[in-house]
Design a binder for this molecule. Sequence first.
Ligand code: EPU
Length: 428
Amino acid sequence: MEKLMIAGGYPLNGTVRISGAKNSAVALIPATILAESPVKIEGLPDISDVQILKDLLEEIGGTVEFSENDMTVDPSSMISMPLPNGKVKKLRASYYLMGAMLGRFKKAVIGLPGGCHLGPRPIDQHIKGFEALGARVTNEQGAIYLRADELRGARIYLDVVSVGATINIMLAAVRAKGRTIIENAAKEPEIIDVATLLTNMGAKIKGAGTDVIRIDGVDHLHGCQHTIIPDRIEAGTYMIVGAAAGEGVLIDNVIPHHLESLIAKLREMGVQIEANDDQVFVGPAEKMKAVDIKTLVYPGFPTDLQQPLTSLLTGAEGTSMVTDTIYSARFKHIDELRRMNANIKVEGRSAIINGPVQLQGAKVKASDLRAGAALVIAGLMAEGVTEVTGLEHIDRGYSHLVEKLNGLGATIWREEMSKEEMEQMKNA
Ligand code: EPU
C-alpha cells in the first residue's frame, strides 16, 4: 500500500489539462448496456472507478476495449447476471447498473453501493422511480432485486433533487413504453452528458439540464460515439490548487460556465481569475479574504468542492463559514486539517475557519475522495512534509494527480508504506 508525500511551499506555475468527468464516466459506462451494438466513449479519466465498471461490464458478458482513455463496449452478448456482491460494493455509482439493466433486461440484482462515507446516502428516490415505471423492487440481504414484466412511462416527482436518481430513472425510462416525465430533476452538467449519449444511441429525451425531463421510450437503442465532458470538480480542485500555491496556473480543457459559483467565490476572496472558452487562468492573490459558502444543487456551489476550498480558507484573513446542505457528515477532513495547525471548528452542518494560519506538514489520512483532495491542497500550502494515507480514495477520482501536480512544479511523490505503518493504520 502506498502513501502520498508532499513537500509544501513550492510555487506552482504552468498548465494543467483536465480529464473527462468522473461523475459522467460512471454513468456513461453503465449506459452502454442499453445499446444493441458497440458504443465508443472518448476521453475517459484514468481512475479506479472507471476500471471497476469496465470489469463489471465484462462480468456480465460485455466485450470491452479500453486504451488511451477511449473505451469501446460491445454490449450485444451481455446477460442479466446477478451482481449481489464483489466489485459493485466498491463504488457508489454501481447503482447505475440498476437503471441500465432494468431498462435492457427488465430485471437486475445489484448489491447496495459503496463509495464515500458522507453521512446517510439513501437511494429511496431511485427506487420510487423504478417502481413508478412498473418494477417490483425488494432489498434482500443487502442486494436490490428489480423485476418488471414491462416498463411503462410515468410522471415521477423527485422529493429530493438527486443526480443519481435523475440519471438512473432516465436510464430505465428510455426503454419504457410511452412517456416518462421527471419533475424536480437535478440539473448537473453530467445529466446533460448522459442524456446526450442516450440521444446519440437513439433515445428521445427533452429537457435534460432543466428541472423537468421528458423521455419518450423507444424499442431499440444502437451504438454510437461520444466524447465525455471535462471534469468540473477536478478543474475546480486545480483552480483551488492555483489559488493556494500558484504564481499563475492555467487550467486547460474546462467549461468555465460549469464553475461559475467557484469562480465568483475565488474572486470574492481576492484571487485573480480570467476565463475564456475552455481555459481558466488563476493568478496569485495579494491577500486572501475570508468568505462564507453554502453548498447547493447545481448551479449552486458544489458540495464536492467544499472540502478542497476549506483548506484554502485556512490561509484567508478573517472568519469563514462553510455550510454543507447536501451531506450531513462531509467534515472528516477537518480533524486532519487541525493536525496541520488549522483553526477550524465544526458546528452542526458548518465548519468555521479562522485564518490566516501557516499550515504545518503532518501525517494525515484521507477518509474520502474530496477529503483527500483537501489534504493534498493543505500539503502544498504547508511548511515541511505532509504524508497522506488513504490514497485509494484519491485514486478513485483524480487521474494522474502526482504527475499533474509535479508538472506544475510541486514536489509530491508516492511511497510504499512500511509494515508498521500499515499495522498502525489498521488499528486506528
Ligand atoms: N438523496 C436522498 N434519496 C435518494 C438520493 C439522494 O435522500 O434517493 C439525498 C442524498 O442523501 C444527498 C442528496 O440527496 O443528501 C443529493 O444526493 P445525490 O443523489 O444528488 O448524490 P449522488 O448521485 O449519490 C452525486 C455524485 C457525488 C456528489 C453528489 C451531489 C456521482 C457518482 N456522485 O452523488 O459526487 O457529491 O452527486 O452533487 O455522481 C464525489 O464526486 O466526490 C461525489 C461524492
